[in-house]
Ligand binder design. Sequence first.
Ligand code: MSP
Length: 520
Amino acid sequence: MVMPKAFYITTPLYYVNAAPHIGHSYTTVAADCLARYHRLNGEPVFFLTGTDEHGQKIEQAARAAGLEPKAFTDQTAQTFHALWKTLNISYDRFIRTTDADHIRVVQRALQHLRPQLRQGPSTFFYCVPCETQWAQSDVADPHAPECPSCRRALEQVEEENFFLPLEPHRQWLKAHIDAHPAFVQPEARRNELLALLEQPLPDLCLTRPTARLSWGIEVPFSRVHVTYVWVDALLNYLTAAGYGTAAFEATWPADVHVIGKDILRHHALYWPILLHALGLPDAQMPRMIFAHGWWTIGEQKMSKSRGNIVDPNVVIADGLKDQPYAADVYRYFLLREVPFGQDGSFSEEAIRKRLETDLANDLGNLLHRTLSMIERYCHGRLPAAGPVGCAVDDAPLRDGALGLSKQLEERMARLDFSGALEAIFQLITRANRYIELQAPWQLAKAGEPARLHTVLAVLTEVIRIVAVALDPFMPSVAEAAWAQLGLGGTPRRLRDTTQWPGVTAGQPIGTRAVLFPKTS
Ligand code: MSP
């Protein structure tokens, strides 16, 4: 039997010169949400994240810490592992560019590219924090050269290296982008890339002399060079898919490379050209490269070098310390607050606001009110519905709930996380309004148990659907809501959101607990 190809999702490999901040957690949470969504949909998924451990910047940071680079990277890679555990990140592999299988793949790829490489002296500008090379023409003032991406001072470099000519691939890449609208997303980034492709492309330097940098993967055909860190890092996506082994086709190509917009050029220009130069056909190009925006503090991009980073561990452990599902509150905020692809300004007040309104007032109340009424009026057992009446809003609410998965499907295909959450929370709002309109407490008072049970059964079904839909975004909250409905132990699957009814009447509900306790 042929195994279906896994839906392959990647994050960038984060530099381990320092511990992770909110920006890193953003890409990873988004990729995790996508991975969980596809698993919920019954698809095999391969979700990759990891750390980028070679290069000048890491070597310098290790030296400053008084450690050997490997000991230093072992230490910082650990801080990423720990944060991903806190945030419930469901990766299938955490790759480190110091892993033995990766080193083999990089050397194999370089060997393969060798006949296409030009060796020669070169002069270029280099940004150590971005580990990126710039041509003379990229730099506005050659007397005080500044990185066009991060605006920090550039080094001028003159050295002998191996280069891959990119220009022979330019027309091919333009045609590929034209033929595959999803290849680079969102639209603004696609246009940015197409503009870059209007000019001839400079050769890409694939190596660094060991005299300048020793902390890198040895180049198999030169004793005096190591691999340029970006080439090393990009190839990780092939390593993890089993490049060169029989398993490769079951994973490759990547379905989505989730990245930040700062590394668009590397992923959407260098990467496909490297793959093309390695002989991969068009059908084996990554299917989508999605570049999201930046979290800023005020107007400034959050970054270590600007000294304005916020540590997610602090937000979760201090800012949200009163919350049993603090990590999920944080995940919700990141995915809901800003449309994926745009920049957003980070503040703890904004998280609090989302917590108090969407989570506590809307979602928390829906669950709390419904379950307390089931306890009170149905002896804590899921009620049986009588006929669902059109005249009294049951049917429109039911149809809205049954239509949710279509909305999710359409939005998640575009990585529109905030749009998907908006659809879920619109349903929650409608369900809360339904409670007000139906006023089950009055039905109880008026002695109308059949109608009362129908209303509570409709609400139970809506909550069941919401608990499934929330799973990729807030896995622990979804699990808790599921357990409170008394459904613990039954797997949550997306296809169950198109079933009505989906619960067995008469089953006892679980133990109730406030999901998002209010604090003053
Ligand atoms: N090591 C390279 C990537 C190699 S991938 C083959 C790198 N690493 S990084 O540590 O600098 O992380 C970059 C990624 O972190 C960005 O692309 C983005 O995904 C995320 N972010 C870092 N700062 C960010 C913000 N302020 N806001 C949002 N995300 C940002 O580049």
